[in-house]
Design a protein around this ligand. Structure first.
Ligand code: PMV
Length: 337
């Protein structure tokens, strides 16, 4: 009776953003979104199934051993474990140890990776088979809508079709198009306002309704551009949609400013690169860091140039990935690869 499962689940970068929900607790979105699943920015999570009725445990795995989780992170993880247990029809306790390969809460979809990993590893530990669609819906019920996309690899749309409660659907596998994401780190600390608060305030912006009218056209363009592997078509739309998310955040009530001065420096440098013929396009989630989407051929030049900018303290060279993978080892033993 000692099931244990360790999973590495990736973050994703949204090309068309989820922003605003009709039900925040269960992340029922006001608009559909499309993202690229990443491969380097991952959350590694081990879940161990305990005996019936045993209390759940949530730990951070660190270089110096396990540290008990606390605060909102712990509360959200425990609530999700209870939800998964109810779905699985078991009363077994669950122990969780988790660690991200990237800074949490800084606009790298840490909640997406974390809740996708927690969902997949929990069902693995309980030895319950679930379809990708079931995993997507379960991950979404964590309250992190973007987690519903991270359970699938490649290019993913969520929700599939017009039903806001539908799961995500893979538009194309990772092998279809090798796109890169140069993640430019300008801020490591947790952002001031969570994406949950951002969703909550979105509709108070006068620009929100207008975006809702533009989103269907953008989704169609992004789907077509992915199908045709056409970066010239994809780029302008994803940059426009990201800027508009931040326009909405800045004009929400109360206003939210995720950017810092170096964010603008990166955005300008990417525009200048394009004038010199380098195809690279910016996007940002709810944070100050910038994701620069480009081809493998442009990646080296993009990373080298952006790394030198004032206020940039690091670069993560990421790209499209395959989705959650079971991995060897246990974070309870201090190792998993
Ligand atoms: O899944 P949440 O609640 O962390 O919201 C994600 C919000 C954005 O990252 C800004 C957009 C998106 O679609 O990932």
């Amino acid at each position: 009776m000692s099931g244990e499962c360790t999973v590495a689940a990736p973050a994703n970068i949204a090309f068309i953003k989820y922003w605003g929900a009709t039900d925040l607790e269960q992340a029922i979105p006001c608009n559909a979104s499309i993202s690229m699943t990443l491969r380097e920015c991952v959350s590694r999570t081990t879940v161990r199934a305990l005996g019936a009725g045993v209390a759940d445990e949530v730990w951070h795995a660190t270089d110096t051993g396990l540290r008990a989780a606390d605060g909102a992170f712990r509360d959200r993880a425990l609530a999700h474990l209870a939800r998964l247990r109810a779905w699985a029809g078991t009363d077994r306790g669950l122990a969780v140890a988790t660690r991200n390969s990237f800074p949490a809460d800084a606009g790298i979809a840490s909640s997406a990776a974390g809740f996708a990993a927690l969902t997949v590893a929990t069902l693995g530990a309980l030895e319950i088979d679930a379809t990708p669609q079931e995993l997507s819906i379960l991950a979404r019920r964590s309250g992190s809508g973007s987690a519903s996309r991270s359970v699938m690899g490649g290019y993913v749309r969520w929700p599939d079709g017009d039903d806001a409660e539908a799961p995500a659907r893979q538009l194309a596998p990772a092998a279809h198009w090798d796109l890169r994401d140069v993640v430019v780190l300008v801020q490591t600390g947790a952002k001031g306002v969570s994406s949950l608060d951002g969703h909550r305030r979105a509709a108070s912006s006068p620009h929100y309704e207008r975006r809702q009218t533009l989103t269907p056209g953008r989704l169609a363009t992004v789907s077509d551009a992915i199908a045709a592997r056409d970066l010239d078509r994809l780029g302008p739309v994803i940059e426009e949609d990201a800027i508009e998310l931040h326009l909405i955040a800045m004009s929400s009530n109360p206003a939210i400013f995720y950017w810092c001065p170096a964010t603008l420096r990166v955005l300008e440098a990417v525009r200048q690169m394009r004038r010199r013929g380098i195809e690279a396009w910016s996007t940002m989630d709810a944070g100050a860091n910038v994701h620069v989407i480009c081809s493998p051929a442009a990646e080296e030049a993009v990373a080298a140039e952006l790394e030198e900018l004032d206020g940039v303290y690091g670069i993560i060279r990421d790209g499209v990935g395959e989705g959650p993978q079971a991995i060897v080892g246990s974070l309870f033993d201090g190792a998993a690869s």
